[in-house]
Unconditional design. Structure first.
Length: 94
């Protein structure tokens, strides 16, 4: 167990920490776009050293109007596969 994992032991278990470290070391920068409960993933990624090498931007269009502005159009439901795919494409294009 690393010293860092001891410091965040209450927030992140060892397997989550290892996964997050692997994401940061993968060399594939990304934009994270989430709504609602997905916002917890942002803090999990950002609290582990190395985040600046992988996380380019975090966007949380939480309100319906913000989500529609992010996507450039109306949405049927904030929590749906279709909306998630649309969010991923907008994030990829950034």
């Amino acid at each position: 167990m690393s010293i860092y994992s001891c410091n965040v032991g209450l927030l992140m278990n060892e397997s989550s920490l290892e996964l997050t470290e692997a994401i940061h070391m993968a060399g594939c920068p990304f934009v994270l776009a989430v709504t609602g409960g997905g916002s917890r993933s942002a803090s999990a990624l950002l609290e582990v050293p190395g985040a600046s090498a992988s996380v380019l931007e975090v966007v949380v269009p939480y309100a319906r109007t913000a989500l529609e502005q992010w996507l450039g159009g109306s949405v049927d439901a904030a929590c749906s596969q279709r909306t998630a795919c649309a969010m991923a494409m907008v994030a990829f294009d950034r």
